[in-house]
Design a protein. Structure first.
Lengths: 114, 115
Protein backbone atom coordinates (compact mmCIF):
# COMPACT_ATOMS: atom_id res chain seq x y z
CA UNK A 1 0.00 0.00 0.00
CA UNK A 2 1.42 3.37 -1.00
CA UNK A 3 1.42 5.74 1.96
CA UNK A 4 1.73 9.03 0.05
CA UNK A 5 0.88 8.97 -3.64
CA UNK A 6 1.12 11.64 -6.31
CA UNK A 7 -0.24 11.85 -9.82
CA UNK A 8 1.02 12.26 -12.41
CA UNK A 9 4.60 11.09 -12.03
CA UNK A 10 5.71 13.03 -15.10
CA UNK A 11 4.15 16.15 -16.57
CA UNK A 12 5.38 17.82 -19.75
CA UNK A 13 3.55 20.93 -20.87
CA UNK A 14 3.88 24.21 -22.74
CA UNK A 15 4.47 27.61 -21.21
CA UNK A 16 1.28 29.42 -20.35
CA UNK A 17 -0.76 26.27 -19.67
CA UNK A 18 -2.55 25.48 -16.41
CA UNK A 19 -1.89 22.13 -14.73
CA UNK A 20 -2.66 20.28 -11.52
CA UNK A 21 -0.82 17.71 -9.44
CA UNK A 22 -2.73 15.53 -7.01
CA UNK A 23 -1.59 14.09 -3.71
CA UNK A 24 -3.22 11.60 -1.38
CA UNK A 25 -2.05 10.04 1.87
CA UNK A 26 -3.54 7.02 3.63
CA UNK A 27 -1.55 7.39 6.86
CA UNK A 28 -4.28 9.20 8.76
CA UNK A 29 -2.05 12.26 9.10
CA UNK A 30 -3.57 15.69 9.54
CA UNK A 31 -0.82 17.80 7.97
CA UNK A 32 0.30 17.83 4.34
CA UNK A 33 2.99 19.73 2.45
CA UNK A 34 4.19 20.66 -1.00
CA UNK A 35 7.89 21.01 -1.73
CA UNK A 36 9.74 22.08 -4.86
CA UNK A 37 13.11 20.51 -5.66
CA UNK A 38 15.17 22.33 -8.24
CA UNK A 39 17.87 20.96 -10.53
CA UNK A 40 20.49 21.47 -7.81
CA UNK A 41 18.47 19.18 -5.48
CA UNK A 42 17.58 22.10 -3.19
CA UNK A 43 14.29 21.40 -1.38
CA UNK A 44 12.04 24.36 -0.70
CA UNK A 45 8.79 24.14 1.18
CA UNK A 46 5.91 25.84 -0.58
CA UNK A 47 2.76 25.18 1.44
CA UNK A 48 1.48 23.26 4.40
CA UNK A 49 -2.09 22.42 5.36
CA UNK A 50 -3.34 21.17 8.70
CA UNK A 51 -6.85 19.73 8.70
CA UNK A 52 -7.62 21.57 5.45
CA UNK A 53 -6.36 24.87 6.83
CA UNK A 54 -3.37 26.64 5.27
CA UNK A 55 -0.66 27.03 7.93
CA UNK A 56 2.52 27.59 5.95
CA UNK A 57 2.59 29.73 2.86
CA UNK A 58 6.13 30.52 1.82
CA UNK A 59 6.97 33.16 -0.74
CA UNK A 60 5.50 31.45 -3.77
CA UNK A 61 3.98 33.17 -6.84
CA UNK A 62 0.22 33.36 -6.60
CA UNK A 63 0.05 31.31 -9.80
CA UNK A 64 0.44 28.37 -7.40
CA UNK A 65 -2.74 27.54 -5.54
CA UNK A 66 -3.02 24.58 -3.18
CA UNK A 67 -6.39 23.03 -2.43
CA UNK A 68 -7.21 20.57 0.32
CA UNK A 69 -10.68 19.03 -0.10
CA UNK A 70 -10.10 16.87 2.99
CA UNK A 71 -7.20 16.09 5.26
CA UNK A 72 -6.11 13.12 3.14
CA UNK A 73 -5.72 15.15 -0.05
CA UNK A 74 -3.67 18.18 -1.03
CA UNK A 75 -3.65 19.20 -4.67
CA UNK A 76 -1.47 21.80 -6.34
CA UNK A 77 -2.78 23.88 -9.21
CA UNK A 78 -0.40 25.98 -11.26
CA UNK A 79 -1.63 28.70 -13.61
CA UNK A 80 0.25 30.22 -16.54
CA UNK A 81 3.21 27.88 -16.30
CA UNK A 82 6.67 29.36 -16.79
CA UNK A 83 10.00 27.79 -17.71
CA UNK A 84 11.25 28.34 -14.16
CA UNK A 85 8.49 26.14 -12.79
CA UNK A 86 10.29 23.09 -14.17
CA UNK A 87 11.26 21.04 -11.13
CA UNK A 88 10.31 17.98 -9.14
CA UNK A 89 7.39 18.59 -6.81
CA UNK A 90 7.07 16.46 -3.69
CA UNK A 91 4.06 16.02 -1.50
CA UNK A 92 4.53 14.96 2.13
CA UNK A 93 2.46 14.34 5.22
CA UNK A 94 2.98 14.25 8.97
CA UNK A 95 1.04 14.13 12.20
CA UNK A 96 0.86 17.51 13.92
CA UNK A 97 1.46 17.70 17.63
CA UNK A 98 4.37 15.30 17.55
CA UNK A 99 7.60 16.91 18.66
CA UNK A 100 9.71 15.40 15.94
CA UNK A 101 7.39 16.07 13.00
CA UNK A 102 8.65 13.21 10.82
CA UNK A 103 7.40 13.67 7.30
CA UNK A 104 6.55 10.95 4.79
CA UNK A 105 7.12 11.78 1.15
CA UNK A 106 5.46 10.88 -2.09
CA UNK A 107 7.50 9.72 -5.10
CA UNK A 108 7.52 13.17 -6.71
CA UNK A 109 6.13 14.68 -9.89
CA UNK A 110 8.68 15.79 -12.47
CA UNK A 111 7.28 18.87 -14.20
CA UNK A 112 8.89 20.02 -17.44
CA UNK A 113 7.74 23.28 -18.98
CA UNK A 114 8.71 23.76 -22.62
CA UNK B 1 15.68 30.55 13.78
CA UNK B 2 16.93 27.10 13.07
CA UNK B 3 19.40 26.35 10.29
CA UNK B 4 21.44 23.41 9.09
CA UNK B 5 24.74 23.25 7.22
CA UNK B 6 26.02 20.23 5.39
CA UNK B 7 29.73 20.71 5.23
CA UNK B 8 30.39 18.70 2.08
CA UNK B 9 28.39 18.96 -1.11
CA UNK B 10 30.02 15.82 -2.49
CA UNK B 11 31.68 12.81 -0.84
CA UNK B 12 33.31 9.92 -2.66
CA UNK B 13 34.31 6.67 -0.95
CA UNK B 14 35.35 3.20 -2.00
CA UNK B 15 33.07 0.26 -1.43
CA UNK B 16 33.75 -1.30 1.98
CA UNK B 17 35.26 1.86 3.50
CA UNK B 18 33.59 4.04 6.15
CA UNK B 19 31.20 6.83 5.29
CA UNK B 20 31.08 10.18 7.10
CA UNK B 21 28.62 12.88 6.05
CA UNK B 22 28.90 16.00 8.17
CA UNK B 23 26.10 18.21 9.40
CA UNK B 24 26.07 21.17 11.78
CA UNK B 25 22.92 22.81 13.03
CA UNK B 26 21.86 25.99 14.72
CA UNK B 27 18.91 25.94 17.08
CA UNK B 28 17.60 28.15 19.84
CA UNK B 29 16.04 25.22 21.64
CA UNK B 30 16.45 21.47 21.81
CA UNK B 31 16.10 20.41 18.19
CA UNK B 32 14.72 17.39 16.42
CA UNK B 33 17.14 16.29 13.71
CA UNK B 34 16.79 13.94 10.79
CA UNK B 35 18.71 12.44 7.93
CA UNK B 36 16.80 11.71 4.73
CA UNK B 37 18.12 9.86 1.69
CA UNK B 38 17.13 10.31 -1.94
CA UNK B 39 18.22 7.68 -4.43
CA UNK B 40 18.49 8.75 -8.09
CA UNK B 41 15.08 9.62 -9.53
CA UNK B 42 13.36 8.48 -6.36
CA UNK B 43 11.49 10.09 -3.50
CA UNK B 44 12.81 10.92 -0.05
CA UNK B 45 13.13 8.32 2.66
CA UNK B 46 13.80 8.84 6.35
CA UNK B 47 17.11 7.24 7.41
CA UNK B 48 17.00 8.14 11.09
CA UNK B 49 15.87 10.77 13.56
CA UNK B 50 17.00 12.29 16.85
CA UNK B 51 14.25 13.35 19.24
CA UNK B 52 16.08 14.04 22.52
CA UNK B 53 16.32 10.42 23.61
CA UNK B 54 19.59 8.54 23.04
CA UNK B 55 22.29 10.70 21.45
CA UNK B 56 23.49 7.84 19.24
CA UNK B 57 20.74 7.07 16.80
CA UNK B 58 20.63 3.98 14.63
CA UNK B 59 18.82 4.07 11.31
CA UNK B 60 18.11 1.86 8.36
CA UNK B 61 20.72 0.26 6.09
CA UNK B 62 23.42 0.31 8.77
CA UNK B 63 23.59 4.10 9.12
CA UNK B 64 23.84 5.88 12.43
CA UNK B 65 24.28 9.44 13.63
CA UNK B 66 25.43 10.98 16.88
CA UNK B 67 23.91 14.13 18.33
CA UNK B 68 26.65 16.27 19.91
CA UNK B 69 25.21 19.32 21.56
CA UNK B 70 28.59 20.81 22.46
CA UNK B 71 29.62 20.72 18.81
CA UNK B 72 26.12 21.38 17.40
CA UNK B 73 26.71 18.46 15.08
CA UNK B 74 24.72 15.50 13.81
CA UNK B 75 27.11 13.63 11.53
CA UNK B 76 25.96 10.55 9.63
CA UNK B 77 28.20 7.49 9.55
CA UNK B 78 28.32 3.96 8.24
CA UNK B 79 31.17 1.52 8.90
CA UNK B 80 31.27 0.02 5.42
CA UNK B 81 29.86 1.60 2.26
CA UNK B 82 27.87 -0.40 -0.22
CA UNK B 83 27.31 0.47 -3.87
CA UNK B 84 23.61 0.87 -3.15
CA UNK B 85 24.39 3.71 -0.71
CA UNK B 86 25.14 6.05 -3.62
CA UNK B 87 22.50 8.76 -3.24
CA UNK B 88 21.80 12.29 -2.07
CA UNK B 89 21.65 12.74 1.71
CA UNK B 90 19.87 15.58 3.47
CA UNK B 91 20.35 16.73 7.04
CA UNK B 92 17.19 18.33 8.41
CA UNK B 93 16.20 20.21 11.56
CA UNK B 94 12.65 20.71 12.74
CA UNK B 95 11.74 24.36 13.21
CA UNK B 96 8.91 25.66 15.35
CA UNK B 97 6.91 28.62 14.08
CA UNK B 98 4.28 29.39 16.68
CA UNK B 99 2.28 26.21 16.97
CA UNK B 100 3.40 25.03 13.57
CA UNK B 101 6.45 23.06 12.65
CA UNK B 102 8.33 22.83 9.44
CA UNK B 103 11.51 21.12 8.37
CA UNK B 104 14.60 23.14 7.53
CA UNK B 105 16.64 21.28 4.92
CA UNK B 106 20.35 21.27 4.28
CA UNK B 107 21.56 21.61 0.71
CA UNK B 108 22.39 17.92 0.49
CA UNK B 109 25.52 15.80 0.19
CA UNK B 110 25.94 13.63 -2.85
CA UNK B 111 27.58 10.32 -1.91
CA UNK B 112 29.40 8.38 -4.61
CA UNK B 113 30.60 4.84 -3.93
CA UNK B 114 33.38 3.53 -6.11
CA UNK B 115 33.94 -0.17 -6.75
Amino acid sequence: DTAVSQTPKYLVTQMGNDKSIKCEQNLGHDTMYWYKQDSKKFLKIMFSYNNKELIINETVPNRFSPKSPDKAHLNLHINSLELGDSAVYFCASSQAGLIYNEQFFGPGTRLTVL
Amino acid sequence: AQSVTQLDSHVSVSEGTPVLLRCNYSSSYSPSLFWYVQHPNKGLQLLLKYTSAATLVKGINGFEAEFKKSETSFHLTKPSAHMSDAAEYFCVVSDRTGNNRKLIWGLGTSLAVNP
